[in-house]
Design a protein around this ligand. Sequence first.
Ligand SMILES: Nc1ncnc2c1ncn2[C@@H]1O[C@H](COP(=O)(O)OP(=O)(O)OP(=O)(O)O)[C@@H](O)[C@H]1O
Ligand SMILES: [Mg+2]
Length: 352
Amino acid sequence: MRINKIHIENFRSHKVSDYKFFPGINLIIGPNGSGKTSVVEAISLIAYGHSFKGAEDKELVRRGEHYLNIKAETSYGQIVTKVKINIVNNQKRVYIDDRAIKRLSELMDVLNVVTFEPKEVSLLQGPPKQRRKFLDFAIAKISPMYLAKLQEYEKLLQERNKILKEEVVDETHLNIVTDLLIKASEPICSMRARYIARLNTCLKQVYAKIDEEKKNPGIVYHPFVTPDENFLIAAKTAFKDALASDLAKKVTSIGLHKDDFLISLNGQDVATFGSQGENRLAVIALKLSVHQALEKREDKPVVILDDVLSELDTLHKNKLLTYLKTIDQVFITATHTNLDASQVHIIDLSKQ
Ligand SMILES: Nc1ncnc2c1ncn2[C@@H]1O[C@H](COP(=O)(O)OP(=O)(O)OP(=O)(O)O)[C@@H](O)[C@H]1O
Ligand SMILES: [Mg+2]
């Protein structure tokens, strides 16, 4: 997938801006506050329908204005699509080829992005919730049924927690819901395990290219129960063992809503033992592995790296750039560059 051009109007500090994008590396440069992140944020809006930074719609509208417009052209192989997003008085409308869409997830067929922003350097060191979100998001992109399964699980989990909070717990009801919860867990856990195994293979390849070769990186999945042929029995035992604690705490203390994963380098957890630079490279490699894990070239997402170069030393910067050149379309923001236009397509915001 690719984005060919974008028109942004009243988006953050941009009044009216038009950009043409190219295959390969698009390097957006300009001083601090010149609107670089805003450009990639507008691209993320075309892919998700909302900002990759988690900003609310009303924050995106240029101060003092009551509307914003974004128009973009994307391509999937030979198929060219037009996407339009308006936010007027806090009402958002999204059009694909002039047809108003009902669900933002329809945008997934038009543009996918993998983003990295500086605060994500703590993805491995921060709370497990962020890692589950990353994983769920990545799997949902390739398997539409995954989200439905996850929602079914969430509903059962809420029901179980509600039963546990009752003054007198109805044990028959609790057992029925626990069984349903375990059954609902199995496909999710096995999809997570399969995806992590695939990601692991990709991570080894990507990491070796952007850091030293002999660090033996790996992703280690920590499911609440191993998703193999004994899953149902093992999960039942685990829930039985946790019952006293669940009843005392009035909440479901085990289950896939507590799953986690870590990245190791030479057998050591990066989050605990890695340097800041190793954490950064591991998260970048993880994100790039999501890209690598997709097989069909047309399906591969656009990679957006906001402000990653400034924090890397020259060796790692060059290694990363060499790797990024193999990717279909990449956006990088930086305050300056010593690269010339033969290597990358430069979009210089200071010249506007
Ligand atoms: N809704 C808004 N209306 C007007 N201006 C805004 C709005 N939201 C943010 N800005 C401003 O837009 C400017 C550009 O921000 P942006 O983050 O895109 O810059 P940047 O080039 O990425 O900077 P840096 O190099 O510091 O990362 C900032 O000065 C910010 O204050
Ligand atoms: Mg920025």
